[in-house]
Design a protein around this ligand. Sequence first.
Ligand SMILES: CC(C)(COP(=O)(O)OP(=O)(O)OC[C@H]1O[C@@H](n2cnc3c(N)ncnc32)[C@H](O)[C@@H]1OP(=O)(O)O)[C@@H](O)C(=O)NCCC(=O)NCCS
Length: 185
Amino acid sequence: MLSHPLVPGAELRALEPWCAEEFFAFVERAREYLAPWIPWATSITDVDGARRWLRYCAEEQARDEGRIYGIWLDGELVGGVVFQSFRARAGVCEVGAWLAPEAAGRGLVTAAVRRMIEWAFVERGMARVEWRTEPANLRSVAVARRLGMVREGLLRQVFRFHDGRRDLEMWSLLASEYEAPTSVA
Ligand SMILES: CC(C)(COP(=O)(O)OP(=O)(O)OC[C@H]1O[C@@H](n2cnc3c(N)ncnc32)[C@H](O)[C@@H]1OP(=O)(O)O)[C@@H](O)C(=O)NCCC(=O)NCCS
C-alpha cells in the first residue's frame, strides 16, 4: 500500500523514517492536544527523536510485529494510525490512532482504522483486532463504538504513563463479527 484514499482530499500512507521532519512538525503542532493520552507526544522533542521513533516502528514492521501509517489531508500530515502490536501467529493485533485537533471531527480516523481492520482480517487472516483506551478519552471510546467494537472490560493499571499507571478499557472486533464493506473507499 503506497497510498490509500480515505475521504476526498485525505489519504493513508506509510509513515517512514524519511518523514521524520514532517512528523516532528506534526508533533509540535498537535503536542498539547495529544499529550494527555499519548506518551510520545511529550517524549519526542526534536527531529532526531522523531526519527528514532519512526525507525523503531520500521523495525517492528520488518519483523511483521507492527506498522505505522500517516494521514495526509490536502497534502499535510494531520494524524496517524498504528498497529501497536501485530501477532500474526496468534491472530491478534492492536490498533491505535491520533489526529491534529484541526483534523478531528471528519471521520478520518474511523476510515483509516476501518481500512486497517479490513487488511488485518481479509489480507492477513487475523482473528481479533483490539483497541485500548482510557475510559475518560471519550472521542477514542466513540471511535471503537463507531467501528462496531465490543467493550470487554477494564485492564487495571496496565498503561505506564509519565505520571503513573493508568487503567485502559479493552475493546475488540472479531473476524466473525466483521462485515466487509460493499464498496472500497
Ligand atoms: C481519538 C481521536 C483520534 C478521535 O478523533 P475523531 O475526529 O473524533 O475521530 P474520527 O476522525 O473518526 O472522526 C469522527 C468524528 O467525525 C464525524 N464524522 C464526519 N464525517 C464522518 C464520517 N464520514 N464517518 C465517521 N465520522 C464522521 C463524526 O460524527 C465524529 O464527530 P463527533 O464525535 O463530533 O460526532 C482524536 O480525538 C485524537 O487524536 N485524540 C488524541 C489522541 C488519542 O487519544 N488517541 C487515541 C488513544 S487510544
